[in-house]
Design a protein around this ligand. Structure first.
Ligand SMILES: Nc1ncnc2c1ncn2[C@@H]1O[C@H](COP(=O)(O)OP(=O)(O)OP(=O)(O)O)[C@@H](O)[C@H]1O
Length: 252
């Protein structure tokens, strides 16, 4: 087991609706320190909504989320921004700025959020991360010159530049070929080892789930219907809704 029992995120009885669309209906979930937690669920079940609530981009209807022991409900903007800096969000579409080089892309969040760093310190952090993701040679390239997998790696490196304690990966392997998917899966595990992060990985990719996840949490009809290791969740007597998901998806 890679993680310990200290909770970094506690979600309790969380409700979120948009008009008549009752998306989250009493969600409970914990993220433990050092854990990779995979969130699975059909399209439109509310995975992204949950992540957006966590980083304060959407308000809570009722229930609560506690992050690093602090309730996010009613948090003032200053405190929310401080909390957000401890959470790294690796977007589905790596979201690099097309007009900036890789180095500039990484420098931008750093100089905007951390004051007083010297040129040497900035370069040291960027070079270290480019090495960690295996792409030191791309520093002066434009995003348009990178492959899809390389863009994802740079997206992860850019997220890590602020040294987050929690990483949120939104469909990290979407649109990649199977070999590149595997490289990204290994990168997610490597990031945990190297930077001591706790992570939530949202994915539809069961290979990604199996390789990266300590635990799976399956969102079904507004609640986590099953939470456990891959084998605990995907077994022969599982809920038919999970089995259909599993049969549809499973590769090996
Ligand atoms: N800002 C919003 N306003 C209104 N409805 C929204 C908003 N954001 C999300 N929804 C609705 O909430 C539901 C859940 O959306 P969400 O994006 O969380 O799904 P998801 O599980 O992440 O799906 P996918 O796997 O396709 O990314 C959808 O029905 C969506 O239309």
């Amino acid at each position: 087991m890679h993680y310990n029992m200290e909770k970094v995120v506690e979600i309790r009885d969380l409700f979120k609706s948009f008009g008549d669309n009752h998306v989250l209906r009493g969600v409970d979930l914990d993220l433990y320190k050092g854990e990779n937690l995979v969130v699975l669920g059909k399209s439109g079940t509310g995975k992204s909504v949950l992540i957006k609530i966590m980083v304060g981009l959407l308000p809570i209807d009722s229930g609560d989320i506690t992050i690093f022991g602090q309730s996010i409900k009613g948090l003032k903007l200053g405190a929310l921004n401080k909390l957000r800096l401890r959470i790294g969000f690796a977007f589905q579409h790596s979201a690099l700025y097309d007009s900036m080089t890789v180095r500039e892309n990484m420098e931008f969040p750093l100089t905007r959020n951390v004051k007083g760093l010297t040129r040497k310190e900035i370069d040291y952090r960027i070079d270290r991360l480019l090495n960690s993701v295996g792409l030191p040679q791309t520093a002066n390239q434009m995003p348009s010159e990178l492959s899809g997998g390389q863009k994802k790696r740079i997206g992860v490196a850019r997220t890590l530049v602020l040294e987050p304690e929690i990483m949120l990966y939104d469909e990290p392997t979407a649109g990649l070929d199977p070999i590149t998917c595997m490289e990204i899966n290994h990168l997610i595990n490597q990031v945990r080892e190297e930077f001591n992060t706790s992570s939530i990985v949202i994915t539809h990719d069961l290979t990604c789930a199996k390789v990266t996840g300590d635990r799976m949490a399956v969102l079904l009809d507004g609640q986590f219907g099953a939470v456990g290791t891959f084998d605990e969740v995907f077994h022969a007597e599982a809920d038919p809704r999970i089995k259909s998901f599993y049969d549809y998806n499973f590769i090996q």
